[in-house]
Ligand binder design. Structure first.
Ligand code: CA
Length: 652
């Protein structure tokens, strides 16, 4: 061991001088330095608390225990003992719940004060770790709290929202504005008497709430009620962010987070966390670096921190103890907090093997857990391209990626003047078809990056970039508002009628605007918040989204199980120029409807389509309404679809 520690110290030295990566790789894959126990961090019991930290290059580690988060002097200070496989161990007897701690790590000729990255509790602004009795943080009935059962990821309809944006507006009718607890409030209404908050989501019908980062992040001062940030600035991965709690101290954030989870589950929805394991907020003095300098990060050929995240560093997920940290972390959230799904920020920066193990771990806990991520990065990475989780790398895995091809085909570019299928661009039919089939290999021409429909997240907008409504206002400013509303509805109608996982930015159902701000990460509540008054202003659009969600949920033909089913039951129809139409035939995926036809007409005039089969057809989506109720019965084969509109019909 001693010899290995010297080798490692040598590596740290060499890396800076000789940049000897081959040597580094050899040392760190040494199985003698891989600790596979499940007790890293703080293990609490009433009788004693154990601290285990992996720090193979440290010379000495001291534990400092504090009675509260303020008192500067520790009430106890003791040395860690060297233990197995690069770890150090300290043990203190007695009931330590509610006490705070930091480590003093002697490494690399420095003494670093640091909180364990594995910590499960924190003081205000993460200055000290908190020792928590997690059992005591469970709300009443927690033992019966269950994740939402999903047979297939494509049964999910995901609503992305930031904790503050959901409730911070003065017209939300919600008491705990901007807090976790806002999700526990029922019976809330807007000044117009329309449902807001969790009741609104229930009324809308979505299945999963995807929250922008709610693990502890560093870019807001938890004592400043006005501070706003999206939170893609990871500090401590295994503790809820403190600013969304009514009080960031003690274990209140943990209790309130669990109350939120339970309320979401009690209302029949799942909760998905946005995880940012690709980088940390700080680099040289990140908690990882202060314990094992440089091990957790990738470097370029000159020995500089690689910057594939675009934010100054990137996590080396492929290193055994980094991979273990990520797996331990998602496992902890799934088990302790009953999380229903995980979204991986800049997932391309994670190596495939890590994501494979993440998937196996989570699905062993519950096959219903949804896993998806961004199949791109924010810069250039030294990670071998064959290992990157880019678009296509997910093939054959139970992991989905965001389908930007489809997004761009529907609306054009993200923030510019470009248009897409719904807003005036021509020659997008083939790209629309590739999205409609879930990006599978459907035919010689209609094929994209998935093997199975659960591998694509279909969407037209997310927290990044302009909201769909703002984008249409920009790219189609010369068109009437009525026309832009039609384009908006059609864009989402395409998402709701396509194979794969449906996802949309929260608030789009009431034409959310950020007043043209395409990157509002720190723009504050006023720009970012959902203005609930818009629900009354755009109630028809809300009902239209709601109707499509109901249609998708009640009709499994839109959520086919696999690529084989799609190839067998989905048939594109010959349709006029610049339109798309398709048939879901013969009770696709055991649908109660025998045949379903969907027509998209993005043209500025009505277009005549031909129904593919004889007999009577029932219209369930027309110019103004969407849902499952028959709006009109028609006889084929000719049917006129109004300008910039979607039509859905069926035969029993
Ligand atoms: Ca924080």
């Amino acid at each position: 061991m001693e010899q290995k520690r010297d080798m490692l110290r040598g590596w740290m030295f060499n890396l800076r001088r000789r940049r000897d990566f081959e040597f580094a790789r050899e040392v760190f894959i040494d199985p003698d330095l891989y600790y596979d126990g499940d007790d890293l961090g703080v293990s609490y019991s009433k009788e004693k608390t154990r601290f285990r930290v992996w720090a193979p290059t440290a010379e000495r580690i001291r534990l400092l225990l504090f009675m509260d988060e303020e008192t500067p002097e520790p009430e106890l200070e003791l040395d860690f003992q060297k233990d197995i496989k690069g770890t150090w161990l300290a043990e203190v007897s007695g009931d330590l719940a509610g006490k705070y701690f930091i480590y003093k790590v002697h490494v690399d000729g420095k003494i670093n004060e640091v909180v364990d990255p594995y910590t499960r509790g924190l003081s205000t602004n993460s200055r000290r770790g908190l020792i928590v009795d997690l059992k005591k943080t469970n709300p009443a009935g927690w033992e019966n709290d269950r994740r939402i059962k999903l047979e297939n990821p494509q049964d999910a309809i995901i609503y992305e929202i930031h904790v503050r944006d959901f409730s911070s507006s003065a017209d939300s009718g919600i008491k705990f504005k901007g807090k976790y607890l806002a999700f526990t409030e029922t019976g809330t209404t807007s000044p117009d008497g329309l449902k807001t908050g969790i009741d609104h989501l229930k009324e809308l019908g979505i299945t999963h709430i995807h929250l922008q980062p709610v693990f502890d992040y560093a870019s807001v001062d938890e004592t400043n009620e006005e501070d706003y940030n999206w939170g893609y600035d990871p500090y401590f991965y295994n503790v809820p962010e403190g600013s969304y709690a009514t009080d960031p101290s003690d274990d209140i954030r943990i209790r309130e987070f669990k109350e939120m989870v339970k309320a979401i589950h009690d209302n029949g929805m799942g909760i998905i966390m946005d995880m940012v394991y690709n980088h940390t907020y700080t680099t040289e003095d990140s908690p990882f670096n202060l314990i094992v300098p440089r091990y957790f990060y990738r470097f370029d050929e000159f020995g500089n921190y690689a910057n594939g995240s675009g934010t100054g560093n990137e996590i080396a997920s492929e290193r055994p103890m980094v991979r273990k940290f990520i797996i331990d972390s998602v496992k902890f959230w799934a088990e302790e907090y009953h999380i229903d799904g995980f979204r991986f920020d800049l997932m391309a920066l994670h190596d495939k093997e890590t994501m494979q193990q993440v998937e196996r771990t989570l699905h062993a806990i519950d096959p219903s857990i949804i896993i998806y991520g961004e199949p791109w990065m924010g810069g250039l990475s030294p990670l071998d391209p064959s290992k990157q989780m880019v678009k296509g790398a997910q093939r054959g895995m139970r992991i989905a990626v965001f389908n930007d091809h489809f997004r761009n085909a529907i609306k054009g570019d993200n923030d510019g003047m470009g248009t897409g299928f719904v807003s005036g661009a021509h020659n997008q039919e083939m790209n629309i078809k590739r999205g409609v089939v879930g990006a599978i290999e459907y035919s010689h021409d209609i094929r994209d990056f998935t093997a199975e429909p659960w591998e694509t997240v279909n969407y037209v907008s997310s927290h990044d970039n302009l909201t769909l409504w703002d984008k249409l206002n920009k790219s189609n400013s010369n068109d009437s508002k009525e026309l832009r509303i039609r384009m908006d509805r059609m864009a989402q109608a395409i998402i709701f009628t396509s194979q794969g996982i449906a996802f949309f930015l929260g608030g789009e159902e009431i034409l959310r605007t950020k007043r043209g701000n395409h990157n509002s990460y720190n723009a504050g509540d006023e720009i970012n918040q959902i203005k609930w008054k818009r629900k009354a202003d755009y109630y028809e659009t809300f009902k239209y989204y709601q109707g499509f969600i109901e249609l998708r949920k009640k009709h499994p033909a839109f959520r086919m199980r696999n690529a084989r089913q799609i190839r067998e039951h989905l048939k594109f129809l010959p349709t006029p120029y610049n339109t798309v139409g398709f048939l879901l035939k013969d009770h696709a995926n055991d649908d109660s409807w025998k045949n379903i036809v969907v027509f998209y007409n993005p043209n500025r005039e009505a277009v005549n389509f031909k129904l593919p089969l004889e007999g009577r057809w029932k219209i369930v989506v027309n110019e103004n309404k969407a849902g499952v109720e028959t709006l009109m019965t028609v006889n084929g084969p000719d049917i006129k679809v109004p300008f910039v509109n979607t039509m859905v019909l069926y035969q029993e």
